[in-house]
Design a binder for this molecule. Sequence first.
Ligand code: KG4
Ligand code: ZN
Length: 340
Amino acid sequence: MNILGVETSCDETSAAVVCDGARILSNIVSSQIDVHRPYGGVVPELASRNHLQLVDVVIRDALAAAQLTFANIDVVAATYGPGLASSLLIGLNVAKGMALTLEKPFIGVNHVEAHMYSPWLLSDDCANGPPADVLPMISLVVSGGHTILALVTGIGQHKILGQTMDDAAGEAFDKVAKLLGLSYPGGPEIDRLAKHGDRDAIAFPRSMLDDPGYDFSFSGLKTSVLYYVRKNPQASVADICASFQEAVVDVLVGKAVRAAVENGARAVSASGGVSINSRFREKLGAACAGHGLRALLAPQELCTDNAAMIAALAYYKLRDGRTSNLSLEVAPSIGLGVDS
Ligand code: KG4
Ligand code: ZN
């Protein structure tokens, strides 16, 4: 079963072909980072215009890379939310048009749900379906727009344990980078500079780490960095990056692993741009090993926005009979747990 997935929820135009929910035949991602960098963040109108220009090229490239034609596509899937409305509209409409013309089923996929399941569905040992020996699993989605911790007991079966009360983890990276004069997106810049800094140089707060719940808060940490920079204009940027990054990572890893232990989980999975962070991967791996938990971390190209995760989850939605109508609308603010 070949599913053609399309993802245009933010600033990546992506199309992928995934066979049977696990085998990635192609996954083309065209990033608009260079378009938005001069503005220090994503400009919605520029994003949608770029999607409009590129979406057909990316789809053709995905078919070519998979060495397939439209005749080999069994199902078409697209992200319908959450995300920028004007960006979602491009991918959703083009996918609906393809499904209509090809007379194939159409499946709308929740972007955050796809992030949540992708490290599991697309892991190397999933070629014959996702292994059950990781369930129940704690799944952490940490991106520019989301910080969500969920307990996953099966495909489409998840309970949200916690989320951010204010800024998303990636948003905190981007805002701190901006106040340090670093370029957008800030996460990769901070990750790079932190390698040359002392992570114990500044004791930034670990907000809500000792809170008994699983919610997060990053805006206080961002403000602490701002005050520190104002008070210490000569401080080493590398030390600030390393110390800030350590505070974010301690909270993310601490909460995810505690959630796993307290909920009897067997694995912790992480997805979203922040899960690329080298210190996060190192600390999550070590903490999981220390607690006998399996760490499921997708390769970098599957952590950030991509259509392979959309096509993969669509396979299981189809299997459960959850296809979508061609009247499906974009849902820019949709949460988890609402079906299409
Ligand atoms: O998942 P993603 O590509 O897009 C969405 O927000 O959905 O995530 C982008 C976010 C940005 O905030 C970026 O700064 C952050 O992921 N990011 C990182 C790293 N690479 C990307 N944050 C920390 N360390 C990184 N290496
Ligand atoms: Zn995303």
